[in-house]
Write a new protein. Structure first.
Length: 316
């Protein structure tokens, strides 16, 4: 049995390495997007001595048709891809196209589910292999591997765990395609389905009226990919990369600095009188601990402000 692989993210790299080690890869293709992560994948493929097919959005169906005819795979495995696979090519391989979605389905469809699962405080994510259908992240589930989300996992940490878990998911899938183990081919429950869009600027902005733990989840969900969650300090963007919910309560408006101890701590009032400790922040001038930021002259009573409408409309 041979599989062809489409890959556009380092999320799929450990699985691709494992498939190469099993000598089951008939061909590799990548999208010609020119973005940073695609470039990183191209570099990894070059180091492995692989020359992938470069796919473009224009003419995608014809390119995939020719590639499948040339590589003759049992299935095409999609390890992240930015574009919709044309419906007319999905049935060309005997076992079709099988997508590896790095989240639980059907509740977390969409292009960036890791952010939303962390933001929502889910106890676990998943690696889900499913047959591809015409709609994004639809089609029967073949293998689902739960991946716990620890209380202090960041986006980057959980993403790394997902990438490693995909290796086991891939091995189970191959065993099923060889008829060594049953594959459930379980249709997704459309009543439980939800599509989560790619997060925009408003989604990564701190709303100090929220409870402290909700703000801590947001900060973990954008670390490191957005270089922190956003707020305004004296009218300038401040990115928060580390935030801890504190046990104290205060009678101060949300966003108000309630303790600024140089070299020690910087505490901010949140919704419901709760308190958040700023552990790590980023300014144009550099990265600082909360205590270091306090040492730059912040005063108790100053307010970290929400982003204005114009700032929310800007790129993330």
């Amino acid at each position: 049995m041979r599989v062809s692989v489409i890959i556009s993210s380092r999320l799929g790299w450990p699985l691709l390495q494992d498939l190469l080690g099993q000598d089951v890869v008939a061909g590799v293709a990548v999208p010609a997007t020119g973005n940073e992560e695609s470039g990183q994948v191209a570099g990894l493929l070059a180091q492995a001595g692989l020359i992938p097919l470069q796919l473009t959005r224009a003419g995608l169906a014809d390119a995939l048709t020719d590639w499948i005819a040339a590589t003759q795979p049992t299935a095409v495995l999609v390890l992240t891809f930015p574009w919709r696979i044309p419906a007319r090519v999905l049935g060309l391989p005997p076992q079709g196209f099988i997508n590896f979605h790095f989240a639980a389905l059907p509740g977390y469809r969409g292009p960036e589910p890791t952010f939303w699962q962390l933001r929502n405080g889910e106890p676990a994510g998943a690696v889900t292999a499913h047959r591809m259908a015409e709609g994004f992240d639809t089609g029967p589930v073949l293998v689902a591997t739960p991946v716990p989300i620890a209380p202090h996992d960041t986006f980057g940490l959980h993403r790394g765990q997902l990438a490693l878990a995909a290796v086991g998911t891939g091995r189970q899938l191959l065993a099923g395609l060889r008829d060594e183990v049953p594959l459930p081919d379980q249709p997704q429950d459309e009543a439980a389905a939800r599509y989560w869009p790619r997060p925009g600027l408003a989604d990564v902005a701190l709303d100090w009226h929220e409870p402290a733990e909700a703000l801590a989840r947001l900060v973990r969900a954008v670390n490191p990919w957005n270089r922190g969650a956003l707020t305004l300090l004296r009218g300038q963007p401040l990115r928060v990369l580390g935030l801890t919910a504190r046990p104290e309560t205060v009678a101060a408006p949300p966003g108000t600095i309630v303790l600024a101890a140089p070299g020690q701590a910087l505490l901010v009032a949140c919704g419901g009188g709760e308190v958040a400790q700023l552990d790590m922040v980023a300014l144009d001038e550099g990265y600082f601990t909360g205590g270091q930021l306090a040492g730059l002259g912040l005063q108790v009573g100053e307010v970290l402000a929400p982003l204005s409408g114009a700032e929310r409309a800007a790129p993330v």
